[in-house]
Design a protein around this ligand. Structure first.
Ligand SMILES: O=P(O)(O)OC[C@H]1O[C@H](OP(=O)(O)OP(=O)(O)O)[C@H](O)[C@@H]1O
Length: 191
């Protein structure tokens, strides 16, 4: 969980789990990997179990910090395509907590499709190539769910776009934040 200039979550560490530059990962033969990927991989950097456990904690922090302030409900906005799996897993965990806590709020979902990558490189210009009607976000608290921040361009563009539709607030959860010289300094609220 991270804090940012535009939406600090109380009492949380400054950044999520940091993978150091010299981290070697785990040997490939310790895990089941689809045959057709084997030739392209050297190590497993982040085992699925770690991702799952981290998502559980991100969900708990969101429920504790965002949900109590937003009793009108929140809209969880999935950034397609990359964000779909993190979105589905995070939403499951948020809903589970929301079902079982003393206070609960209505949660709705929306989708937007943006594209910045060409092959495996972020290309700089971000295009909206599909999604729901953003007018529906007016006055709502929006939790954007993204898989990875690389240059930060996609999130900056999306936040500018969302602001035009006057949401009450916008928070961003990203599973990964790439350490990159090309990052423009953008930090999500949760990572
Ligand atoms: O921080 P940035 O440099 O802007 O890059 C991050 C974005 O790039 C990827 O999406 P992509 O454009 O590849 O679209 P996809 O999710 O549909 O594959 C990723 O899912 C993020 O949305």
């Amino acid at each position: 969980m991270a804090s940012s200039k535009n939406g600090t979550l109380k009492g949380k560490p400054e950044i999520g789990i940091v993978i150091k530059d010299d981290y070697a990962g785990y040997p490939l033969n310790m895990f089941c990997v689809p045959k057709h990927y084997e030739a392209d991989l050297t190590d497993i950097m982040i085992p699925a179990g770690l991702i799952n456990d981290r998502i559980e904690r991100i969900a708990r922090d969101i429920v504790q910090d965002i949900i109590p302030q937003e009793n009108q409900g929140i809209v969880v906005l999935c950034v397609l395509k990359g964000g779909y799996k993190f979105f589905a897993d995070l939403l499951d965990k948020i809903k589970q907590l929301n079902r079982n806590s003393e206070e609960s709020i209505p949660i709705s979902i929306d989708f937007i499709r943006l594209q910045s990558y060409k092959n495996d490189k972020s290309q700089g210009s971000i295009q909206v190539i599909g999604g729901d009607r953003l007018e529906n976000l007016k006055g709502k608290c929006v939790l954007v769910v993204e898989d990875i921040i690389d240059t930060g361009g996609t999130m900056i563009k999306l936040k500018e776009l969302l602001a035009k539709h006057e949401p009450k607030c916008v928070k961003v959860a990203s599973l990964l934040v790439k350490r990159s010289a090309r990052n423009c300094g953008y930090k999500p609220d949760c990572e």
